[in-house]
Ligand binder design. Structure first.
Ligand code: SF4
Ligand code: SF4
Length: 94
């Protein structure tokens, strides 16, 4: 399983989750070039260790275990993940 970030992150994006994640799997971080372009952050499911730390840190309760994402937040979360992954791939190629 993994954790995912849902719609409440949009407009907040305060990086509290980035600061507590022990494996740095929440992207983009403020140091990464995509940061200003994205509306919300995403969790890399390959790296997430399901530690739950980001859930407690998020001030707007935007982070959920993958199987507990509200229906209203799921599609946005996944499309953002796809878009951000595409951006990451583009960067890797450059
Ligand atoms: S659950 Fe833990 S490892 Fe996964 S994104 Fe949150 S803080 Fe990082
Ligand atoms: S802590 Fe919550 S609102 Fe802040 S960046 Fe992470 S998911 Fe978004």
């Amino acid at each position: 399983m993994t954790y995912v970030i849902a719609e409440p992150c949009i407009g907040t994006k305060d990086n509290s989750c980035v600061e507590v994640c022990p494996v740095d799997c929440i992207h983009p971080t403020p140091d990464e070039p995509d940061y200003d372009a994205v509306e919300m952050l995403y969790i890399d499911p390959e790296e997430c260790i399901d530690c739950d730390a980001c859930v407690e840190a998020c001030p707007v309760d935007a982070i959920f275990a993958e199987d507990q994402v509200p229906a209203s937040g799921r599609s946005t979360s996944q499309s953002t993940l796809t878009t951000t992954s595409a951006l990451s791939r583009t960067e890797t190629q450059v």
